[in-house]
Design a protein around this ligand. Sequence first.
Ligand code: NAG
Ligand code: NAG
Ligand code: NAG
Ligand code: NAG
Ligand code: CU
Length: 233
Amino acid sequence: MQSLKTTVWLLASIPLALGHGGGMLYTIDGSTYRAYKSVLNATTGSIQRDWTWDGVNSVTSDHLACRWSGNPTATSYHAPIKAGSTINVNYTDPTRIQDPWAFGHGYGPMLAYMAPCPNTGCESANLTAPIWFKVWHSGLLSGTWVNGHWGMTDIMNFSTLDIPTPRNLKKGKYLLKHDMISIETGAMQIFPNCIQLDVSGEGTSAPTQKELVAFPGEYDGFDGMLFFGAEMG
Ligand SMILES: *[C@@H]1O[C@H](CO)[C@@H](O)[C@H](O)[C@H]1NC(C)=O
Ligand SMILES: *[C@@H]1O[C@H](CO)[C@@H](O)[C@H](O)[C@H]1NC(C)=O
Ligand SMILES: *[C@@H]1O[C@H](CO)[C@@H](O)[C@H](O)[C@H]1NC(C)=O
Ligand SMILES: *[C@@H]1O[C@H](CO)[C@@H](O)[C@H](O)[C@H]1NC(C)=O
Ligand SMILES: [Cu+2]
């Protein structure tokens, strides 16, 4: 595993569109988990940290890791997952089936990071500390930067998102944050969501201190280009 800086294009203050969207339904190793906004199942609880609809508009925000507030919910739970399994995220809002709404922006990269947590659970993790390592990204699929076809274009059009986890990852509790970075309004807007996982398996891979990055810190805004770092496989 190798860590490179992820640099994101940031233009000066162009008015922002309203920010909307987030992970609504997660399917992990055959089980389905509702987003915290629609948890109906106190037995299972919420694997997702809480969030509001707003995007994060600043690369120095303390909420770049897990959005607002990013706190664990009262029914905080860690979803069991085998190392290497794929996490399927459905962004379609189940409360708006008559007026379908998945994710409000179609242009920009998506990235996912994980962070090891104490054995007692992720509730006590310090979200702004350098605890995160990159596991996945999806960039421009075809066309050009501002009006090309991105993975996010398909999410806006009701596709679900598949995030692979590292096959050799050491077992334990982890946070996973998945970010949509919308660039269509010029200045970027970041839409993170965090979920809590309990990874099982015989894996031995763990990030070293210098491979860990912090939010805020990992995204910065002055390069005019987007570079993707390597992922833990
Ligand atoms: C509640 O969780 C249990 C255990 O995962 C599951 O079998 C059941 O279908 C869930 N119920 C609802 C309403 O989501
Ligand atoms: C995503 O969730 C919506 C709303 O619950 C549902 O109608 C749709 O079938 C789901 N999509 C997939 C691919 O499961
Ligand atoms: C969380 O991490 C940040 C960044 O390393 C640090 O400044 C802060 O003091 C930490 N907070 C706690 C409660 O440890
Ligand atoms: C959105 O999905 C519909 C139905 O699958 C398809 O006809 C349409 O071309 C898609 N639009 C984009 C922009 O991909
Ligand atoms: Cu929006």
